[in-house]
Design a protein around this ligand. Structure first.
Ligand code: GLU
Length: 286
């Protein structure tokens, strides 16, 4: 069966060599196997995403020689679908509204004897709003207090049971979604979270192989949990190495000196970019 894979950048800046490597890795595998390569713009964060960066992504990929199959999916055009997924989870008692501000959470964590950390190094949500009564929730929502929607992780894990994901070249990997704690799935400042939208879209787009950087490997545990809870298929995963600068630091969008735009302006050719990114065209992938 041929693969369906994808590149799913967020338009928060210009693409750099790391993105070039990610896009080429997914595209090269699809093209070498007669599979499909999809492009998705993950622009649900209105504070960080800009339309001009989305336009630049399409242009830079075309310049690099990366072509995609079918229409580009733009997440901001599908907000009702993410809302529906949140409603499904809420209807099963797996989400709760959290009215805590960042400052309130920081205070609570500072006063706690132990403060376990999530995969990103931030402390896990200590759970104050999990204990609110239904009446208190209704009252605060009616009063217009802003809230996020958090996953009740203990319930979710109990419902889903033990889970694994399949990493190509490595096999089955045990998922430990608990390390995210009661993660936010519906944000106060954005319609939904990255975790919900990416998992939803990989499912509705029929992605069979999620290709992305190894920095997102821990998130896969949570995505697998959402797939199980929502009855979505489990794709395989290919987490690839990250491109680093000579000092070993991973590239970031703020480093304009390695943006594809800047390289292009300096007369670098697409072939040179592919080499600098360390990408090798696969002859044949089975
Ligand atoms: N949109 C995410 C990013 O730009 C990547 C999503 C993914 O590949 O799962 O970091």
């Amino acid at each position: 069966m041929s693969i369906v894979t994808r590149f799913a950048p967020s338009p928060t800046g210009y693409l750099h060599l790391g993105h070039a490597f990610a896009a080429l890795t997914a595209w090269g595998r699809a093209r070498a196997t007669g599979g499909q390569f999809l492009l998705r713009i993950e622009d649900i964060d209105p504070a960080r995403c800009r339309p001009e960066f989305a336009a630049a992504i399409l242009e830079d990929l075309a310049w690099l020689g990366v072509d995609w199959d079918g229409p580009v999916r733009v997440q901001s055009a599908h907000l009702p679908a993410y809302r529906a997924a949140l409603d499904t989870l809420a209807g099963r008692g797996l989400l709760y509204p959290c009215f805590c501000t960042r400052a309130a959470i920081a205070r609570e964590v500072a006063g706690a004897a132990a403060a376990p950390q999530g995969p990103d190094g931030a402390p896990l949500y200590p759970g104050a709003c999990r204990a609110l009564s239904p009446a208190e929730r209704v009252e605060r929502i009616a009063a217009g207090t802003p809230y996020a929607l958090r996953l009740d992780m203990a319930r979710a894990v109990a419902e889903a049971g033990p889970l694994h994901f399949h990493e190509i070249d490595a096999g089955q990997v045990l998922c430990i979604p608990e390390r995210f704690g009661d993660v936010v799935l519906g944000r106060k400042d954005a319609p939904a979270s990255y975790h919900l939208c990416v998992t939803h879209d990989d499912a509705v787009q029929g992605v069979t192989l999620v290709t992305r950087g190894e920095d997102l490997r821990p998130a896969t545990d949570l995505h697998r949990l959402l797939q199980a809870l929502l009855g979505w298929p489990a794709p395989a995963y290919a987490h690839h190495r990250l491109v680093r600068d000579p000092s070993g630091r991973r590239l970031a969008k703020r480093d304009g000196d390695v943006s594809l735009r800047a390289l292009r302006a300096a007369a670098t050719t697409p072939a040179e970019v592919r080499t600098r990114a360390g990408w090798v065209r696969p002859d044949r992938v089975t």
